[in-house]
Design a protein around this ligand. Structure first.
Ligand code: HEC
Ligand code: HEC
Ligand code: HEC
Ligand code: HEC
Ligand code: HEC
Length: 402
């Protein structure tokens, strides 16, 4: 039998088949790689038996199962709680023990009220009540109502835009400021979402770790702060541990001009109140607007920060000039005065760049610190001409200690 001649068409088909086989095996390798990674990735979020965190009837042997806060803590509750959890926010995140991260089953739970030596990046509410630090003080942090301790000095958020009741305390004040929801920071901030767990519903089990640059819902937003972008430190979770291991905050080159009507930049977005420009500073500005935004139609007269030097309030969401004392060559990344970035990086950047941005978190923590005004460092130790300093104000104003 004569050897069958392979037609050009057939050869082409064989080649395509071979290519397809190679292609499929590459896909397979990817799938294996992905499946190899998925269990690790999901371990980073919620894992462990349901009963670690949930109770079905809040009753076992006739006793409530809710609450595993440390004994004697003021927030120790009894439940039942929404979404059938065994605690409220502080029940899980403010146990008051000696560890900044507590393990329950396979899940790590970041603590915001504890007595560990180091704090997580957001600070530690324990400074307000004096469980840690140099003594109790309301000025050391945000007095959320979960602490049962209203601010003895402040009522409204300083710097709140007062135009049409925004926010002279009519909306948010020290008697209603909460962890999450209406009058809170995390989750959906909208009056019909209530406070606490309902405003976060679904976020914990879907939490996106690492790069959060979509931020179109709560689980994909930085730390469940709706609309805020950033990189959640993948190395030491929830911590600014060192220059090579820290969160990356998102900032913009120019702060926004706030308006009120549809076409202008404003804080009323999809899902409720959210950062007008996706930045962490804009998020702080949703309550402290005059400290963040440029003077504009939605602002009180001339109350904003001012657009260029000389500013009238310290600027945030502004790129540092790459010259003089701010020049990249003169600075190093300092976790005590961290800078933001104008795009969310894939991974932690250990150094400084020419596009670094000043953020509210360059000077303040979010929850509480051992210093007045929840500053990250002792302002009274910033001495012009003192020499040899590199932290705090001097992280950026590198020559002012000379
Ligand atoms: C039953 C326990 C439990 C309760 C109640 C709870 N959390 Fe959590 N929370 C967790 C665990 C566990 C994680 C870690 C999830 C992970 O690693 O992705 C977490 C993570 C977080 C994070 C960090 C998310 C991130 O980006 O890494 C925030 C913010 C948070 N919770 C806020 C809250 C707030 C606000 C409340 C109250 C409305 C609350 N949690 C109630 C257990 C709880
Ligand atoms: C480490 C703590 C933890 C474990 C373990 C856990 N959950 Fe949750 N779960 C939470 C928290 C906190 C909430 C409420 C806040 C939220 O929805 O983000 C929640 C909410 C839910 C919700 C309502 C919101 C949603 O995502 O649909 C369901 C349903 C749920 N959990 C089911 C389960 C089941 C089933 C298990 C066991 C297979 C389980 N959970 C294990 C912490 C946990
Ligand atoms: C939901 C509204 C809200 C948001 C968002 C908010 N704050 Fe506040 N802030 C308040 C209120 C209300 C007070 C006054 C009551 C208090 O201090 O507890 C306050 C007080 C403060 C104080 C003074 C604390 C004191 O007691 O002297 C500082 C500093 C501060 N906030 C910084 C920030 C920073 C930084 C951010 C962003 C990370 C931020 N705030 C986000 C509502 C908010
Ligand atoms: C993260 C970096 C950073 C930190 C930390 C920082 N600054 Fe600034 N500061 C800047 C930048 C950038 C400007 C704007 C400079 C410009 O564009 O001319 C500025 C502006 C100023 C101005 C106004 C200058 C003008 O031209 O109007 C003063 C005053 C000032 N800072 C003081 C301080 C003090 C005091 C501290 C500590 C409490 C501090 N800064 C911390 C970066 C920083
Ligand atoms: C350069 C450092 C720096 C930056 C950046 C910064 N702050 Fe401050 N903040 C301070 C200092 C220092 C004080 C103490 C009061 C003062 O000097 O005006 C303070 C005080 C405050 C207070 C308390 C005011 C009062 O009346 O008690 C609030 C609220 C506040 N800052 C919010 C913010 C917000 C929101 C941002 C970002 C939009 C921000 N800060 C950015 C350093 C900073």
């Amino acid at each position: 039998m004569a050897k069958r001649k392979v037609s050009t068409q057939e050869r082409k088909t064989m080649k395509q088949k071979n290519q397809r086989a190679v292609f499929l095996s590459v896909i397979f390798a990817f799938v294996v790689a992905i499946f190899g990674f998925v269990p690790n990735a999901s371990q980073a979020t919620i894992s462990g038996v349901c009963s670690n965190c949930h109770t079905i009837h809040n009753s076992q042997s006739g006793d409530p199962m809710a609450d595993y806060g440390a004994d004697g803590q003021p927030w120790k509750g009894t439940g039942p709680y929404p979404a059938l959890t065994r605690g409220d926010c502080l029940g899980c995140h403010g146990m008051g023990g000696a560890a900044k991260i507590v393990q329950i089953g396979g899940s790590d739970i970041p603590q915001v009220y504890h007595t560990d030596t180091e704090d997580l990046a957001s600070g530690n509410f324990a400074y307000i009540l004096g469980a840690k630090g140099d003594g109790a003080s309301d000025a050391k942090g945000h007095n959320v109502i979960e602490l049962n301790n209203q601010d003895s000095v402040l009522y409204e958020p300083p710097g709140g835009i007062r135009q049409s009741f925004h926010d002279d305390g009519y909306i948010v004040n020290d008697t209603n400021l909460t962890c999450a929801g209406d009058n809170g920071c995390h989750g959906q901030r909208f009056y019909d979402k209530g406070t606490g767990i309902p405003s976060l519903k679904g976020a914990h089990h879907k939490n996106v770790d690492g790069k959060c640059d979509i931020a179109d819902d709560i689980p994909s937003s930085y730390r469940f702060l709706l609309g805020v972008k950033g990189l959640e430190n993948p190395n030491d979770k929830w911590q600014n541990a060192s220059a090579g291991s820290h969160n990356e905050y998102y900032g913009t080159a120019v702060p926004p001009v706030l308006g009120c009507s549809g076409g202008e930049v404003h804080c009323h977005g999809d899902g409720g109140i959210r950062s007008p420009n996706d930045t962490i500073s804009g998020f702080c500005g949703t309550c402290h607007g005059n400290f963040h935004s440029l003077t504009g139609p939605g602002m009180d007269e001339d109350e904003g920060i001012g657009a260029i030097s000389s500013f009238q309030r310290h600027p945030t969401d502004i790129v540092m000039k790459n010259e003089g004392e701010y020049a990249v060559a003169n600075r190093t990344y300092n976790i005590e005065a961290p800078v933001g970035r104008t795009s969310v990086p894939e991974d932690v950047i250990s150094g400084v760049t020419a596009n670094d941005v000043v953020t509210c978190l360059s000077c303040h923590a979010a929850h509480a610190t051992n210093y007045p005004d929840l500053l990250k460092w002792d302002y009274s130790a910033m001495i012009a001409g003192g020499g040899g300093s590199s932290g705090g104000c001097f992280a950026c104003h590198t020559t002012k200690d000379d």
